[in-house]
Design a protein around this ligand. Structure first.
Ligand code: IVH
Length: 678
């Protein structure tokens, strides 16, 4: 490769990795598998090593993203959260051991092998035995404060079982979701006509970053703890196995099993045993973590990249061995197109059935037109399919050498396969959509969503009945539902009087449904239940929502620019304005949330309030919303300018600071009184 070629490949790889980082970390919607990501990243590292003159100071050499999101307070880790180097190769694992053996002057090193849990790294702080904080990894130095959300995890003790606990200790682990919980939530998603989550890890990540702890509590997040960060006193344990034992004795959830091993052959044998057992574990396990057992040896080995940013440090005393994903070869019999609720056209490979990781795989997503073109997937091709996170099958590569000569490149349809309307592509996006408001498949999915539990919750109006109503031409739009008469329904079922009576009554009863449910049911891109609630509180009617402008939307805390733009684009469609008008015309009178006291001046106008600790009834987000609705501002740090510190249980250093600065401290009851509540 010439230097010019290397340069252009390096630039391309960096851009591609940056895009995948964005998809993985910020949007929790990865397009490629970890395995392929790691391959790209390794190619970049090799090119940079061969051309040091082209290496950028901060180019990614491993998945070192930054999970920080809007809406959370930032907290610095007392000790940085580093990450591990991955390998898929036994040879590299042996090199890892050889380096350590040389450094420590012994072949006979004691290791522990732990499952590598496929979750989300968090750091918990226990002060004098009490859980005071939970923070995501963030950039390794500073993460998001997710304490309220982590407190909803059943099975995580708020206090350590210890009569003389350490003064302060950071305990590291992973938040995850069980397969069964992942499947349960995805069933609800699908019932609501929403996209299912790609894998438990993404769903766990999305859940931990919800701004409403009450919503988090409805999904059963779990946690497993495996290590230490900062501790006071320092050097609490002599070994990793002693640390594991103490975590368990404190009553914390720990890994099902870890394997002590002496020497590299025993390490490899333990990893093989883990590979056999891991499918029975509660969490997804994508590899093994090999750690030097003795803490004094860990300290001697130290970190690679010392003196650099935390996200670039990696311990020399630990290594992640990742299991290659399950793959199988099969034939693409057809490529079909699924039409989603928003009209998105998603290509799906219909496969010759193949056994993969214990299940039969017949279909695999191809994501979008660009992905098909990039991989050049054709009908008739032999492809490799893989179960990403052991769940959603994906086509990872085409075996071009097996391509029959008659295979022609796939041409993405220019029209909706259901209604024939010309497809359109949003200026910024990769997704083609059917723009027709009358597309029966779109209508079917929209109605199912509108009637689902998450939205209007119309009893007896599930997918099957929606199909029936749409196929008979009785319902073509959401407002049509409210015009259904008994006489329309009676011919649909033999002796269907009771059924028809119940259904019309159930629909009529929802004319006064909560406004946020109706807004959620409209299916505005980017608007889920939480944003729908914000919109309902601000606009209080569909008519007012129809007049929303950018300024009004951006002034709502919780609605970011992307959501605001999506709402404006949706409202700009004449068909959508007509839909809102029509809903009023059919007598839909949604109920807005309770109004703020009429005529009252904003009681907290000009006040800045800092929150600390856990409040007895309000979540952090609820308290923030109330303060903001009353004209106040919430700030993350205490200064002389702070008007009040709102302190709950287990309030931390902010409370001390308030006392030193003489800032008034209030509790929840006092806040409610200030708001004019009681
Ligand atoms: S120890 C400095 N042990 O995998 C070493 N990490 O790719 C810190 N992980 O950043 C990590 N299971 O988020 C360790 N048993 C385990 C783990 C584990 C999962 C995660 C962790 C880490 C990443 C490394």
């Amino acid at each position: 490769m010439t230097p010019a070629e290397a340069r252009s490949r390096i630039v391309a790889l960096r851009a591609e990795l940056a895009r995948h980082d964005e998809l993985y970390y910020r949007r929790a919607q990865p397009e490629i598998l970890d395995f392929d990501y790691d391959r790209l990243k390794r190619e970049l590292a090799e090119l940079e090593a061969a051309h040091p003159e082209l290496a950028a100071g901060d180019s990614p050499t491993r998945r070192i993203g930054d999970d920080r999101a809007e809406g959370f307070a930032r907290v610095r880790h007392r000790q940085a959260m580093t990450t591990l180097d991955n390998t898929y190769d036994e040879g590299e694992l042996r090199e890892f051991h050889a380096r350590l053996a040389k450094l420590l002057g012994s072949e006979d090193l004691a290791y522990v092998i732990e499952p590598k849990i496929d979750g989300l790294a968090v750091s918990l702080t226990y002060e004098h035995g009490q859980l005071t904080r939970a923070v995501t990894r963030g950039d390794g130095e500073e993460g998001d404060d997710v304490t309220a959300n982590v407190r909803t995890i059943r099975g995580l003790p708020q206090a350590l079982l210890d009569t003389a606990p350490p003064a302060c200790i950071e305990i590291r682990g992973e938040v995850y979701l069980r397969w069964s919980e992942f499947e349960r939530i995805n069933r609800l998603q699908e019932e609501a006509g929403l996209e299912p989550y790609a894998n438990p890890r993404n769903l766990a990540a999305g859940t931990l970053k919800l701004l409403d702890a009450a919503e988090v509590a409805q999904r059963r997040l779990e946690i497993v703890l495996y290590g230490l960060g900062h501790s006071e006193p320092a050097e609490l344990f002599v070994s990793q196995s002693a640390c594991q034992g103490q975590l368990a004795a404190w009553g914390l959830p720990v890994v099902e099993k870890f394997w002590p091993a002496r020497g590299i052959d025993a390490v490899c044998a333990a990893i093989r045993e883990l590979d056999e057992k891991r499918r029975g574990f509660a969490y997804g396990t994508d590899g093994a973590v090999v750690k030097l057992d003795r803490c004094d040896q860990q300290r001697t080995a130290g970190f690679r990249g010392e003196g650099q940013a935390a996200r670039k440090l990696s311990p020399r005393w630990a290594c992640a061995f990742k299991f290659a994903p399950d793959r199988a070869e099969t034939r693409v019999n057809a490529i079909t197109i699924q039409v989603g609720r928003t009209g998105a056209l998603t290509p799906v490979a219909e496969l010759a059935p193949v056994q993969l990781a214990g299940t039969t795989v017949k279909r695999a997503t191809l994501h979008n037109a660009d992905e098909i073109a990039r991989k050049d997937v054709r009908v008739g091709d032999t492809v490799l399919v893989e179960k990403a996170g052991e769940i959603i099958p994906a086509v990872v590569a085409v075996l071009v050498e097996k391509r029959p000569p008659e295979c022609v490149p796939y041409v993405f349809p220019q029209t909706c396969p259901v209604c024939g309307t010309a497809a359109v592509r949003a200026a910024d996006g990769v997704v083609w959509r059917c723009p027709s408001p009358a597309c029966p498949e779109k209508v079917r999915r929209q109605l199912t969503h509108f009637a689902s539990k998450a939205c209007l919750d119309i009893d007896g109006l599930g997918e099957e009945i929606v199909d029936l109503l749409v196929s008979r031409g009785l319902v073509k739009t959401i407002p049509n539902l409210f015009r259904l008469q008994l006489a329309d329904l009676l011919p649909l079922k033999k002796s269907g009087e009771v059924w028809a009576g119940n259904l019309t009554a159930a629909i009529a009863a929802r004319r006064s449904a909560d406004l946020w449910r109706v807004i959620h049911g409209l299916g505005i891109p980017q608007v889920g239940a939480a944003s729908a609630k914000d919109l309902a509180a601000r606009f209080r009617s569909l008519a007012a929502l129809a007049t929303a402008d950018e300024l009004a939307l951006m002034s709502i805390s919780g609605i970011g620019e992307k959501t605001a733009q999506a709402i404006l684009a949706w409202l700009a469609e004449p068909a959508h304005r007509a839909l809102l008008a029509e809903l009023e015309a059919v007598g839909l009178q949604p109920t807005p949330p309770p109004a703020p006291v009429a005529g009252s001046v904003a009681p907290l106008a000009g006040k800045t309030i800092v929150l600390t600790g856990t409040l007895p009834t309000l979540t952090r987000e609820e308290a923030t919303a109330k303060i903001e609705a009353a004209g106040g501002k919430v700030s993350g740090s205490v200064s002389k300018k702070t008007s009040y510190v709102l302190a709950g249980e287990e309030a931390g250093s902010k409370l001390e600071k308030a006392r030193t600065l003489g800032v008034p401290v209030i509790d929840e009851a006092e806040l409610l009184r200030l708001l004019g509540g009681s």
